[in-house]
Design a protein around this ligand. Sequence first.
Ligand SMILES: [Zn+2]
Length: 333
Amino acid sequence: MRCKLCINSSENPSRTFDENGVCNVCREFKTNFSQAALDAELSFLKTLIRKDGSTDCLVALSGGKDSAAALYTVRKMGFHPKAFTFDAGYNVISDRQREKIKNVTQILKVPHAYIDARPYISEEDRESFRLTAEFYDSQIEHMDSETVLKMFRDERHCNRPKDKTIRPFVRPCRLCRRAVIRGYYAEAVRHHVSVVFLGINEWCGVHQNNYTAVRKLEPVPGKPVYIVHLPFLIHRKMEDLVPILRKIGWSEDDMDIHIGTGRSGCLLARIAESKATGLLGFNPDETRLAREVTVGFIHRAQALNAVSQQAEPPDTSMMDILISKNILPSFDK
Ligand SMILES: [Zn+2]
């Protein structure tokens, strides 16, 4: 069964359901969400706007609608952003997305750079990528659902930037996240700013029972960097995007707003979804879309449609992808 409010599946061992068929994520959100906490975060962020007009924040652009609209909103708020796009090799940045990035940054007069994210992949991450490739390329065929579900549950807490756990990941996004967040911090410091805005449509975390849109990173004392999930901070809804996208040069043909799982943007997620969904009993990217429903960004039917599409089986091994993108050295093969 699935949650009556979001799309979380009862196959996921981390979810529990009440007698009305509502999952623990939706129940906790309903109980603990506080508008006052978000208002305080927004007020604080506005104090970081630099009056002299110098660059005061970074905005991550993927070429998709959410981050493009986030850049527009950050400019409207009075910030002076520099935009960037991380390229790790295995994330897909299509020509169409590159065109969108070029257009939106030109229209909003915001400087933009593509930044190689691979220097932020640690030795431990690299070993974990190797184990993840071995898992998907050969081991998974001999595994039962119970083992894969246990791996999926155990790896949840290994996604923090400081984490040095070496293990295979059923959901590679959790491993990638470690390097990416390290990269956000380093790039903010390199650009002498303390805010990085993202177009992610869910909360950053839960702190003292409050849902937060801002994550404070401070690995170097005295140099805090705030990672902001902008859509959650301002209660953005999918419907809000259309008028913004029109203003930043999206044609009416592009307005057919696509909602998909992680596989459309990542070669590793594509393999993971095609090979793990059957064994898990749910799409490994489902919990992310479920949270977008919980917060009201997308409708339940849209998320259900996205997870019901079958991922195409890969035409290449994960090891070959990681080697060809220089994540792993070729002698590993
Ligand atoms: Zn739910």
